[in-house]
Design a protein around this ligand. Structure first.
Ligand code: GTP
Ligand code: MG
Length: 315
């Protein structure tokens, strides 16, 4: 045996496979819009990595949140809600992005809402038939059930629809059953080295997170179609000695929408700005000066070139 080999073997005796005893992998979180995928990812990570609103189609990108535990590292991939086929460019982008989130996953978490099974859930299930990775089912929002006895027949009905790695009821908002969910997930991840450093909980750059916070506050405030006509870009981000200066542009797709975003005497924009600034300050741990602009990019949600420019490029 060559001396180098001997040395390697000795090392292995002293440190019995230190890296590969860890479970590390990717879990794609999919489902129709509004079932609580982002809420679940945030609750599992223990921090808001993905924005949440009461409106469907909030998430627009594959957003990675990382769970660090002694047994390993799990990268959760939050995806846009899969919805019925549409020729509209932004909707098509959302579905393609969600489908891309499934690729490379070691396990897929299909999220549904307790007591609800819609045609859109059915079409997610059909899409999952072609996925090679094992699929587990989370029945979220169980806190909304008035009678928990209804869960058992519901679980049975789900089990008849396909073979799941496991089925677990949970509540992202009440943090119900999340520890059990992590205990089910980790042993199913492959052995291997971690993908992210220990202190990292999100897989994107800070300016994306800041733009998302502004979009969240806008979506929470605005009604009907307008939230879908908006996107936000950070134009300027500068860390000064005592303050972080941020300028963001809110893009709408019609001139008439500007006035709705700005509100009477600028009140709407002011409220969105203060809510976003407060959360940015909490996140950055320092004072923030936030300036918001509203501009129009005519019909950007149905214009593939504009979509690309705003960071919605086909995955
Ligand atoms: N009662 C209850 N509400 C929940 C729970 N999880 C999520 N919600 C609510 O459901 C709504 C949608 O949550 P999201 O996490 O944004 O849902 P999503 O599946 O990511 O939605 P899209 O990104 O639009 O696909 C929000 O109002 C959440 O507060 C839960 O466990 N219980
Ligand atoms: Mg979401």
């Amino acid at each position: 045996m060559r001396s180098e080999e001997k040395r390697q073997n000795r090392r292995a005796d002293h440190f019995p496979s230190p890296v590969f005893s860890m479970r590390c992998g990717m879990v794609a979180v999919v489902g129709r819009p509004n079932v609580g995928k982002s809420s679940l990812v945030n609750a599992l990570v223990g921090r808001k990595v993905s924005i949440v609103t009461r409106k469907p189609q909030t998430t627009r990108h594959c957003i990675q949140g990382v769970v660090h535990r002694p047994e390993g590292q799990m990268v959760l991939v939050d995806t846009p809600g899969l919805h019925h086929k549409s020729e509209h460019a932004l909707n098509r982008y959302l579905n393609d992005t969600a489908a891309a989130g499934l690729r490379g996953a070691d396990l897929v978490l299909f999220v549904v809402e307790a007591g609800v099974w819609k045609a859109e859930d059915e079409s997610v299930l059909r899409r999952l038939a072609a996925v090679a990775a094992p699929v587990a089912l989370v029945i979220n929002k169980v806190d909304r059930l008035s009678d928990r006895k209804r869960l058992l027949p519901e679980i049975k009905a789900h089990a008849q629809r396909r073979d799941y790695a496991f089925i677990l009821p949970a509540s992202a908002v009440k943090r119900d059953n999340l520890e059990a969910l992590l205990r089910e997930l980790f042993p199913r991840l492959p052995e291997g080295p971690p993908l992210y450093p220990e202190d990292r909980v999100e897989g994107y750059d800070p300016s994306f997170a800041l733009a998302e916070l502004v979009r969240e506050k806008l979506m929470q405030r605005l009604r009907q179609e307008l939230p879908y006509a908006l996107t936000v870009q950070i134009e300027h981000l500068k860390r000064e000695e005592k303050i972080t200066r941020i300028e963001a542009v809110i893009w709408v797709e019609r001139e008439s929408q500007k006035a709705i975003v700005i509100g009477q005497k600028g009140q709407g924009l002011k409220e969105v700005g203060s809510a976003a600034r407060r959360e940015m300050e909490r996140r950055l741990g320092r004072p923030v000066f936030l300036k918001l602009w509203v501009r129009c990019a005519e019909d950007w949600t149905d214009d593939p070139q504009a979509l690309k420019r705003f960071g919605y490029s086909a995955p």
